[in-house]
Design a protein around this ligand. Structure first.
Ligand SMILES: Nc1ncnc2c1ncn2[C@@H]1O[C@H](COP(=O)(O)OP(=O)(O)O)[C@@H](O)[C@H]1O
Ligand SMILES: Cc1ncc(C[n+]2csc(CCOP(=O)(O)OP(=O)(O)O)c2C)c(N)n1
Ligand SMILES: [Mg+2]
Length: 331
């Protein structure tokens, strides 16, 4: 007796192949000429038309499961976060975000996961006026590499160098929520409205703030590895030292209650994952900068000043550094 054909309802849902997957979730063709996209996903390369007279600002960041985000985080969160941390570098450079490419490694085909991941990714693309112009999909341990491309007029980029002794040091937003959120997640918190989880899992790239700082800040960096480490990078590049006023650090809402004051300050200093902008500026630029940042929904907090004395003063001697994937180097 011939085996009966299964009904449509009984038939197992066919998994998409690699190319179907790309076409379905990543190769969106809703971008027009206005985005400078001549040719998007589907050919060997994307073709882009940069704005005349601008420099391209290019950066890549990889996010690896259980290194940068919990492997069990919601897929839409993973999509948002991978793009957000990459865009944060354009923000820190004062660049206008334009395009991105995204290389995704996934251990197995899970269409539901990919659909949600792509929603999170595309939603932030829309919010940031960035087009996904190409990428790569492979089998492997879950990781996402996002290359971002922005534009900046010659001479307008915010560099790590350029800080001067006497400049005031400032940050956007609040600090410590990155590590506070990781701890909250590890303690079982899963409510994405929780302020600390928001900070850790759904950071907002400070793109508008970066643009607002052009012509005002003397140097800038985004805080990914931790305030002390990233301030150290600014100081090193600028050939200056710094005096921090730790009591002025803007701590993320709920952090002090969750960890206590000392641990909250430690999280703000060394935790990392905050993706706020850290910059220096002359005292006379502070009020204009504050107003510009307020106009785009951000805040400015002064946390110290740059000095001629090498090193970072004002913090406990025992507190050093921040996140390093491979700790080591000079003792
Ligand atoms: N594999 C690499 N090849 C070339 N340059 C690299 C590589 N890895 C890191 N860099 C460069 O080193 C600098 C510091 O890297 P990183 O700490 O990742 O910066 P960020 O915090 O801005 O992402 C950046 O300018 C980055 O481009
Ligand atoms: C599951 C998990 N554990 C630990 C951390 C903490 N952490 C991992 S990488 C990192 C620093 C930022 O990542 P990196 O790759 O150095 O970014 P970049 O400086 O290149 O922007 C931090 C604070 C985390 N985000 N998630
Ligand atoms: Mg990096």
């Amino acid at each position: 007796m011939p085996r009966s054909m299964p009904g449509v309802a009984d038939r197992p849902r066919r998994e998409p192949g690699e190319f179907e997957l790309i076409a379905r979730y990543f190769a969106r063709r809703d971008e027009g000429e206005a985005t400078g996209l001549v040719l998007g996903p589907g050919d060997d390369c994307a073709l882009l038309s940069p704005s005349p007279g601008h420099q391209l600002a290019v950066s890549v960041d990889t996010s690896v499961a259980d290194v940068h985000f919990p492997a069990t985080a919601p897929a839409a969160v993973v999509g948002h976060r991978a793009l957000a941390v990459a865009l944060s570098d354009l923000a820190a450079m004062g660049a206008q975000a334009r395009w991105c490419t995204m290389a995704l490694a996934i251990p197995a085909m899970d269409e539901e996961w990919i659909a949600a991941f792509s929603e999170g990714f595309h939603a932030l693309c829309r919010q940031s006026a960035v087009s996904l112009v190409g990428g790569d999909v492979t089998r492997g341990q879950l990781s996402i590499s996002v290359t971002v491309h922005g534009e900046v007029p010659p001479g307008a980029a915010l560099r790590r160098q350029g800080g001067r002794a006497g400049d005031l040091i400032a940050v956007t937003g609040s600090l410590g929520g990155g590590q506070g959120g990781l701890k909250a997640w590890q303690a079982g918190e899963r409510d994405l409205d929780h302020a600390l989880l928001q900070a850790y899992l759904l950071p907002r790239p400070r793109l508008e703030a970066g643009l607002a700082l052009r012509g005002l800040a003397n140097c800038a960096i985004d805080i990914s590895d931790g305030l002390l480490a990233d301030l150290g990078h600014l100081c090193h590049a600028s050939g200056v030292g710094a005096e921090l006023d730790v009591d002025r650090l803007p701590l993320t809402a709920g952090l002090e209650t969750a960890l206590g004051r000392e641990a909250a300050q430690r999280a703000a200093l060394t935790g990392g994952d905050d993706y706020e902008l850290l910059f220096s500026l002359p005292a006379e630029a502070v009020e204009t900068t504050r107003q510009r940042l307020q106009a785009c929904g951000n805040t400015l907090t002064l946390i110290g000043r740059l000095s001629e004395t090498p090193g970072i003063a004002g913090v406990d001697a025992g507190l050093t550094g921040g996140w390093q994937h491979f700790p080591g180097g000079t003792p």
